[in-house]
Every structure is written in structure tokens, then in C-alpha cells.
Design a protein around this ligand. Structure first.
Ligand code: NAD
Length: 503
């Protein structure tokens, strides 16, 4: 596109960051290279693993200006040029996947195997999926005498959390770039290092394909300062936010001032319903597998998956059997050093999250739930070679009822709630009795019954039996779990404006 290639120094796998990626160059914060910064802490107790600058409102303005400057050029780029950039970013992530995995593991505690496969490779796949979507995508349609045209919305503010940091960034950045938008990203302050490495990858990709450097801009800082300034900046056209429902409400209120388009991916408290083979019968085909899948869903990533189904609903007649199986299954899960390969459970990602999970565990016992596995970790539970960290054992509570705080609030830790139901109508009622509607799951050997039940769950993503996650299909929340959808072709909509030209 006639843009000069940007001279780049190849990465040093830098974890001490002193500048922001703005307008195609590493730029010092307005407070200077040695201005305020924040340490990035390893949650397995190894101390600081890096540092990023704490930006301020003037940094936000510089990043938004750069994105605005790049917008008309990128909006005019054809599908082939956009595809080339998305593909180059996917390749760049893949080339450096070991670096990404090590970084993510160190900054948020995911065991390296998880950090490589789910966290990093899934992110690369999201970029690839959008390159594919652009192949033959229909941007226009004729409706009677009108030509209906899809156009990029403009400059997008992307604000992301720490639990699947790179993948959740990819879900926004890939879709926005595919749509022809330019982006200012503010990643989580708890796991920002992967975003700085991504900026290096995007820097190389833009240079390689000749895209304007300002298509992607990165600043770091607190949600209250940098996040809030970004959301209310007049130069930002749309906000795409993933995080807690509480912060999502604040973002929605701030975005209202300038009437911005808003995509919100928020919290959840999802239910998994184990159905008997016959309506309200007492046989469940594959019950052991059902319990294994239920626990794996909640223990993976230390329970820090927004779509995990932590309320497990079980027919009354099978309840004691399921509790026994769950206790057996939980005992197979081990805490382990995230720096080591394996399918163990890492620590909770942050100190605040750790305190919140422990508070929920204590509160559950006080409210009458029965702790049947796990709970607070003791010193002896800390994996070998480590002395500290935010460790919570894989935990199962029985006799949970839907009025208890652990059934109503998002815990975001490895805590399973086993709940009884009398008949399927009650199961459905309990599943939907939540302010959230992010996900759900059904286990049933009879596929048509499973599908009927899945259709009645008021949530954006429902898994049947061992159904697999698909980055080409949309995800998002009903109710207070969010607004809009991410991923796949539906994920483009938030980044597009629709124009009708009538003749
Ligand atoms: P968080 O809400 O504390 O922070 C998310 C991001 O928002 C961070 O970058 C933070 O700095 C920023 N932020 C906070 N307050 C802000 C404000 N007032 N204005 C602008 N930005 C602000 O969430 P977290 O603790 O990082 O992540 C965990 C939460 O994210 C959980 O609730 C989880 O369910 C949710 N989540 C949802 C999805 C989904 O797809 N629905 C996916 C992953 C995580």
C-alpha cells in the first residue's frame, strides 16, 4: 500500500517495558521512560517477572490519534490486504509460540502446556479464522432499490482481562482489523507482557505486508485511568470490553457519554445439567465420563474460564453416586508448578482473585454447603520447588442450593458446586435462575433430548456432552453476561456500521 517499511529491532523477549507501541513505533510514555510503572508478578510466588509503564490520559490521546490517522488508509484496504495482515500475524504468533507460552505462564500462572495450546495456539487460530472469513465475505447486499453496505466503524478501544490474555486480545484485534478498523488495546495490568510481545509480532507483520503501523496501538495502565480515558475518548468509535460484569457496567456508563458502539463480554455462573437417559429416570449412560468432564471444565485454568459450568445439576436419585465419583475424580487432579509441562493445576492468577476465591469457600461452608474435596491449600500442598503462591486445591462442594452465594456469584476458581434437582423442569429452572447467561452444558445420551434442553438454556454458548470449542462460531452472553458476540462472522458485526444507499 506504499507505506515505507518500519525499521525494527528484532525482539529481545523483553519483559521490562518502558514504552508503548503507538503509530508504528515504540514511543516513551508522556511521563518518560522512567515514569511510573507496575511490576508483573508471577502468581506461583517467584516474584516480579516484568514491568510495564502506567500510562495516563495523554498517552491515551496519542494512541487514539495514531489509530485515527491510520483508519482511512486501513478502511480503504481491500480484503486481500487485510487477509495478508491477519495471516502474517497468525504466522508471527506461531513462530514465537514458545515465547508466548512462557510469558503467559509466568504472568498469570497457566501451566505451560495450557499456555501453549489453549492460550497461544488458539490466539493464532483466531487470526487465521478471520483471514479465512474475509475470503468471499459479502460486504454488500441489494434490498429492493437500496444498496446496503457494511463499513468499518472506525477506531476501536479493546480492553481485556488476564485469564486467557492473548486469546481474548486476538478475539477483538483480529475481528477489528478484518473489518477495516484500527485498534487501541489496553490489556490487563495483571498479564500485560504477552500484549507487548504481540505488538512486536504485529509490528513485523505490518512492515511485511505494508500496512500502516497505526492499525494497532498498545498502551498499558490501570482500568480506572487508562481504561476509563479510552472508553470516553471522543476519537474512539467503538468499545470492545472483556472483563467482570462490575467493570462492564462502568464501561457501559462511560461509553454512553459519547454514544459509542459497545461490545461487552462479561462474567458468568453457568450450569451443567446431567440428564437421565429417560425423562426423570435413574440411568445415565457414561455417568463417570459426565462427572470427569464436569470437573475438568471447572479445574482447567484453575477455574478461571468465564464459560466454565461450575453449577453441576444432578438428578436426585443419582446424587450420592455423583458425589462419590466427584470426590474420586477430584483426587486425581494435582497442583503443580506452572513452569513445568503437564496437565496439573496452576495457582490463581492474582492476589485479589485468590482472596476472593478463599472468601467464597469459607462463605459456602458457613452457608451450609458440604466441602467434600479440596478447599484451602496448606503449606504441604504447595508444589515442590516453590515456597509461596496463590494455591487453591481442586474443590468440590455438595448440598449446594441455588440461593447460596457460591451458586449465584462468579467464583473464578477451581470450585465445583454439586446441586440436586427433582425433575427436568426444575433443572431447567435452576439452570436459568441466574443474573448471568454466558454458557451452559447438557449431558445426555439422547441427542434430540439434549438439543431440546440446550435450546431452552438462556445462554450464549451451550456444550452438549463432549462438544468442542470452535473459534469460528460466535460466543457471548445473555442477560448480565454481556452485549454482542465475538468470534466468527458474527464477531465482525460489532466493528461494522451499516449504510443504506437508496436510488
Ligand atoms: P476486570 O473487569 O477487573 O478487568 C478487565 C479489564 O478492564 C482490565 O484491563 C481492567 O484494567 C479494565 N478495567 C477495569 N475497570 C475499568 C473501567 N472502569 N474502565 C475501563 N476499563 C476498566 O476483569 P479481570 O479480573 O481482569 O477478568 C476476570 C473477569 O473477566 C471475570 O469476571 C470473567 O468472567 C470475565 N471474562 C469474561 C469473558 C467473556 O468472554 N465473557 C472472557 C474472559 C473473562
Amino acid at each position: 500500500m506504499g507505506y515505507p517499511a518500519i525499521p525494527l529491532t528484532r525482539s529481545r523477549f523483553d519483559t521490562v517495558r518502558r514504552s508503548f507501541w503507538i503509530g508504528g513505533a515504540w514511543r516513551d510514555p508522556v511521563a518518560g521512560r522512567d515514569g511510573p510503572g507496575t511490576a508483573v508478578l508471577d502468581p506461583s510466588g517467584r516474584g516480579a517477572v516484568g514491568r510495564v509503564p502506567l500510562g495516563e490520559a495523554a498517552d491515551v490521546s496519542a494512541a487514539v490519534d495514531a489509530a485515527r490517522t491510520a483508519f482511512p488508509v486501513w478502511a480503504a484496504a481491500d480484503a486481500g490486504e487485510r487477509r495478508a495482515l491477519l495471516h502474517a500475524i497468525a504466522v508471527g504468533i506461531t513462530n514465537r509460540e514458545a515465547d508466548f507460552a512462557r510469558l503467559i505462564s509466568a504472568e498469570m500462572g497457566a501451566p505451560v502446556d495450557n499456555a501453549l495450546t489453549t492460550q497461544t495456539r488458539l490466539a493464532a487460530e483466531v487470526f487465521t479464522s478471520y483471514a479465512e472469513i474475509l475470503d468471499g465475505h459479502a460486504w454488500e447486499e441489494r434490498i429492493g432499490t437500496s444498496q446496503v453496505v457494511q463499513e468499518p466503524v472506525g477506531v476501536v478501544a479493546a480492553i481485556t482481562p488476564w485469564n486467557y490474555p492473548l486469546y481474548l486480545i486476538a478475539a477483538k484485534v483480529a475481528a477489528a482489523l478484518a473489518a477495516g478498523c484500527t485498534v487501541v488495546l489496553k490489556p490487563s495490568g495483571d498479564a500485560p507482557l504477552n500484549a507487548f510481545l504481540l505488538a512486536e509480532v504485529i509490528a513485523e507483520a505490518t512492515a511485511e505486508v505494508g500496512a500502516p503501523g497505526g492499525v494497532f496501538n498498545l498502551i498499558s495502565g490501570s482500568g480506572r485511568t487508562v481504561g476509563a480515558a479510552l472508553v470516553s475518548a471522543p476519537g474512539v468509535d467503538a468499545v470492545s470490553f472483556t472483563g467482570s460484569t462490575e467493570a462492564g457496567r462502568a464501561v457501559a456508563a462511560a461509553a454512553a457519554g459519547t454514544v459509542k458502539g459497545l461490545g461487552l463480554e462479561l462474567g458468568g455462573k453457568s450450569a451443567r445439567v446431567i440428564l437421565a437417559d429417560e425423562p426423570d429416570g435413574t440411568e445415565v449412560t457414561g455417568l463417570e465420563e459426565a462427572v470427569r468432564a464436569a470437573l475438568a471444565d471447572v479445574f482447567y485454568n484453575s477455574g478461571q474460564t468465564c464459560t466454565s459450568c461450575s453449577r453441576v445439576l444432578v438428578p436426585d436419585g443419582l446424587y450420592d453416586e455423583v458425589v462419590r465419583l466427584a470426590v474420586e475424580e477430584a483426587a486425581k487432579w494435582r497442583l503443580g508448578d506452572p513452569a513445568l509441562p503437564g496437565n496439573h493445576i496452576g495457582p490463581i492468577a492474582t492476589s485479589a482473585q485468590f482472596d476472593s476465591v478463599l472468601t467464597h469457600i469459607d462463605q459456602a461452608t458457613a452457608q451450609g454447603a458440604r466441602l467434600v474435596a479440596g478447599g484451602r491449600a496448606s503449606r504441604e500442598d504447595i508444589p515442590e520447588g516453590l515456597v509461596e503462591g496463590y494455591w487453591v486445591l481442586p474443590t468440590v462442594f455438595a448440598e449446594v442450593t441455588n440461593d447460596m452465594a457460591i451458586a449465584r456469584e462468579e467464583i473464578f476458581g477451581p470450585v465445583v458446586c454439586l446441586m440436586r434437582y427433582r425433575d427436568e423442569q426444575e433443572a431447567l429452572w435452576i439452570a436459568n435462575d441466574s443474573i448471568y447467561g454466558l454458557a451452559g452444558a447438557v449431558w445426555c445420551a439422547n441427542h434430540s433430548r439434549a438439543e431440546r434442553f440446550a435450546r431452552q438454556i438462556r445462554a450464549g454458548l451451550v456444550t452438549v456432552n463432549n462438544g468442542e470449542f470452535n473459534v469460528r462460531a460466535p460466543t457471548g452472553g445473555y442477560k448480565q453476561s454481556g452485549v454482542g458476540r465475538e468470534l466468527g462472522v458474527h464477531g465482525l458485526h460489532h466493528f461494522m456500521e451499516t449504510k443504506t444507499i437508496q436510488w
